[in-house]
Design a protein around this ligand. Structure first.
Ligand code: 5GP
Ligand code: MN
Length: 329
């Protein structure tokens, strides 16, 4: 736990849930497995508790997560009629701005707010903050929360939690994995979750368009610092030419990181008025520290940020020079 006492915040959460009539849950922009998994798990738990729960999602759901049990229940921010919820629970979201402008307004107008997360850059933006930076995934934190509040899991909730832990650990490969991660995974498997379906959906359903985008972006690869840094780009034109969706660039940066000898992989994604940065490291580079220089954050081995201009060459120069400083230390 970062600062706030876990037990105190848990009892605060219990009171907040018990007394709330309407609850909204949301996560950050560009949903990944951990935030969709954690929202699904929380949605399942709150509906089991017969709470009037609204699942808010900014973006489209990636095809690989459509198997999640409550994924069809989500509402886009435009569909939300309520001006204010009794309780707003943000999951897997390091800061309020990551909710996106529309959802941030709903968060700010809610009577009580909760932040459950595992990012070490989390800035404790809610009334109740349950942040465990040792946890591999928000889904791991949620498992603890449910267990401590004596809330019973079911197969759907277990499926959702397993998804978040599997994706945020790169299938149990990252340094963040601890004995407890496997203990939790073992508990979740006892609910007879469909292990084969989950893995096939998440890891073995890449579309042809997404594959074409991967191939195209790999053609842009550049190496720096004796091949310890590898950088690739995805342009708006690449998306047009391949017919891929913007979320189809997920997974490219991990592919580049996996090259022998590469310590850190960088992906620069061109947007209309910005460049999005994604970084992944293998052993020692602190991606979160570098990303924080570019309006972002995240974890030691996986982080992201934003350049508020769309000059890819300038972004490349700036991120490479920030990374070179890290290597020199
Ligand atoms: P990705 O590269 O997949 O976008 O993000 C990798 C990790 O860094 C994720 O855990 C994500 O939540 C975090 N991250 C990505 N972009 C940002 C950002 O702009 N701000 C913060 N605080 N975290 C980010
Ligand atoms: Mn996460």
């Amino acid at each position: 736990m970062k600062t706030n006492d876990f037990q105190t915040e848990l009892s605060n959460l219990q009171i907040a849930i018990d007394s709330a009539k309407s609850i909204a849950i949301a996560s950050h922009l560009s949903p990944d497995g951990d935030n969709l998994g954690s929202i699904n798990a929380m949605y399942g738990m709150l509906t089991n508790l017969e709470k009037d729960t609204t699942f808010i999602l900014n973006d489209e759901v990636p095809q690989s997560f459509k198997f999640l049990p409550f994924i069809d229940e989500f509402k886009s921010p435009d569909e939300i009629k309520e001006k204010s919820f009794d309780l707003f629970i943000a999951l897997d979201c390091g800061d309020m701005n990551r909710l996106g402008d529309q959802v941030k307004k709903i968060f700010l107008s809610s009577k009580n707010t909760v932040n459950i997360d595992h990012h070490n850059t989390n800035d404790f933006f809610a009334d109740i903050n349950i942040v465990d930076v040792e946890a591999t995934a928000t889904c791991e934190v949620l498992f603890d929360v449910f267990k401590n509040l004596k809330l019973y899991l079911d197969k759907k909730i277990a499926t959702s939690l397993y998804t978040g832990i599997s994706t945020d650990t790169g299938s149990f490969k990252y340094d963040s994995v601890r004995p407890k991660t496997f203990e939790i995974a073992a508990e979740l498997l006892k609910f007879k979750i469909n292990f084969n379906e989950i893995n096939t959906c998440i890891y073995q359903t890449r579309s042809k368009e997404k594959t074409d985008l991967l191939v195209r972006s790999l053609n842009s690869i550049k190496y720096f610092n004796d091949d310890k840094i590898a950088l690739v780009k995805v342009t708006i034109d690449d998306l047009k030419k391949t017919g891929a969706k913007k979320m189809d660039s997920d997974g490219i940066v991990e592919f580049v990181r996996d090259i022998e000898g590469v310590e850190v992989a960088v992906l620069l994604k061109e947007k209309e008025n910005a460049v999005r940065l994604s970084m992944r490291s293998k052993s020692f580079i602190n991606c979160s520290k570098v990303a924080s220089k570019f309006n972002g954050g995240g974890h030691i081995r996986a982080a992201g940020g934003t350049f508020h201009h769309n000059d890819l060459d300038k972004a490349e120069k700036d991120v490479i020079s920030a990374l070179m400083e890290e290597f020199d230390q």
